[in-house]
Design a protein around this ligand. Structure first.
Ligand code: NAD
Length: 397
């Protein structure tokens, strides 16, 4: 029986391994983490993360071919394939601070694998890492390998939080990068066999290591770039009387462009887009490509501009000061799946209790602005024709 171990029981490691366990009953899957609290939660009835469908998958497999443990070294030593899905945040200090990915957790995981391994292993980069990380990891693993053979693969994860289980069950593609050597090809095949239990083989893309590593950063940069593009248009819509939803609809009907990721909003959030683009910018700079770095940096600048613009709109509408005023934030999560306020009856209740004039600033264009206006609210919706009040109180960027 093939044994898989995944280091890092987070938003990626937990759901990904649960789906592998579900689809591959002949594979033993252990998810390990240094955080006792996280592992305890994975072993309880209240999982540490919420994803639609995750509970059912975990309940089906836990105790059969899926386990969660803090005994990291034991499970790594026993496994044939080790996924590393630890966090790779933006560095806060030292060389590349504020941009480069912090690979501290990755490095310590790699050193531990090298220390405890007693048999050949395939080590899979599941975390999002800078292109060329596999080269450094290989050096760490082979430096102390006692004759053990390590094959490194890059298998970046494209799931989106909120739809992780359906993304994993039915992925647009699975990407596997490896060395173009006989050992590298064998390792690619071994991992492809795992995914082939449920993913059609034409959706399993095999590339060299660097293409796989870079593709993840490129995909997130392209997705974020679409958000910043439509958000930049939303500012122009407000200035001209155009409606950003109508513009996005018309633009997205072009099959070369497509309709997805064209919703104007208060900007992208979450743990990945900003971190990965900053990382991409840093890699471009390090490779002597300042023009390319500047191009991608602009995606983040527009995102920051959109957030600032939204806040300025709030402050200027309320007579340029919010001191002493109470502001309620509805929908604090970064995804509509968890922060949807449509049709909530609470909004009418709220109006009666509010000081007048009462405002709603909709950063995701999810509330029914017309209904709210009928109740008496002044409503600001990003990229939409402005209420008279807002026209009289122009926001300063
Ligand atoms: P996370 O912070 O939720 O989980 C990482 C886990 O790794 C933590 O529980 C931490 O305790 C554990 N860990 C760190 N060092 C360890 C070590 N040495 N040994 C054992 N456990 C260790 O992170 P995440 O959201 O799952 O992201 C993981 C990686 O996947 C990141 O590189 C991220 O960029 C990437 N990614 C994330 C998403 C997403 O939607 N969250 C999607 C695709 C890719």
């Amino acid at each position: 029986m093939v044994k898989i171990c995944c280091i890092g029981a987070g938003y990626v490691g937990g759901p990904t391994m649960a789906v592998i366990a579900l689809k591959c009953p002949n594979i033993q899957v252990a998810v390990v983490d240094i955080s006792t609290a996280r592992i305890n939660a994975w072993n309880s009835d209240t999982l540490p993360i919420y994803e639609p469908g995750l509970d059912e998958v975990v309940k089906k497999c836990r105790g059969k071919n899926l386990s969660f443990s803090t005994d990291v070294e034991k499970h790594v030593a026993e496994s044939d394939i080790v996924f590393v899905s630890v966090n790779t945040p933006t560095k806060t200090q030292g060389l590349g601070a504020g941009k480069a990915a912090d690979l501290t957790y990755w490095e310590s995981a790699a050193r531990m694998i090298a220390d405890v391994a007693k048999s050949n292993k395939i080590v899979v980069e599941k975390s999002t890492v800078p292109v060329k990380t596999a080269e450094a990891i290989e050096k760490i693993l082979t430096h102390n390998s006692k004759g053990i053979n390590f094959s490194i693969l890059s298998n970046p994860e494209f799931l989106a939080e909120g739809t992780a289980i359906s993304d994993l069950l039915n992925p647009d593609r699975v990407l596997i990068g490896g060395r173009e050597t006989p050992e590298g090809k064998k390792a690619i095949e071994a991992l492809r066999d795992v995914y082939a239990h449920w993913v059609p083989v034409d959706r399993i893309l095999c590339t060299n290591l660097w293409s796989a590593e870079l593709s993840k950063l490129a995909a997130n940069a392209f997705l974020a770039q679409r958000i910043s593009s439509v958000n930049a248009m939303s500012a122009l819509c407000e200035a001209t009387g155009a409606d950003v939803s109508q513009v996005a609809h018309a633009v997205g009907k072009d099959t070369r462009i497509g309709p997805k990721f064209l919703n104007a909003s208060v900007g992208f959030g979450g743990s990945c887009f900003q971190k990965d683009i900053l990382n991409l910018v840093y890699i471009c700079e390090c490779n002597g490509l300042p023009e390319v770095a500047t191009y991608w940096k602009q995606v983040i600048k527009v995102n920051d501009y959109q957030k600032t613009r939204f806040v300025n709109r709030i402050v200027s509408s309320m007579f340029n000061t919010v001191s002493g005023k109470k502001i309620a934030v509805l929908g604090f999560a970064f995804k509509k799946d968890t922060g949807d306020t449509r049709e909530t009856p609470a909004i009418d209740k709220i109006f009666n209790d509010m000081q007048k004039p009462a405002f709603v600033f909709d950063g995701r264009n999810v509330v029914d602005a017309e209904k709210l206006r009928k109740i008496g609210f002044i409503v600001y919706s990003i990229g939409k024709p402005l209420d008279d009040w807002l026209k009289d109180m122009p926001a300063v960027a």
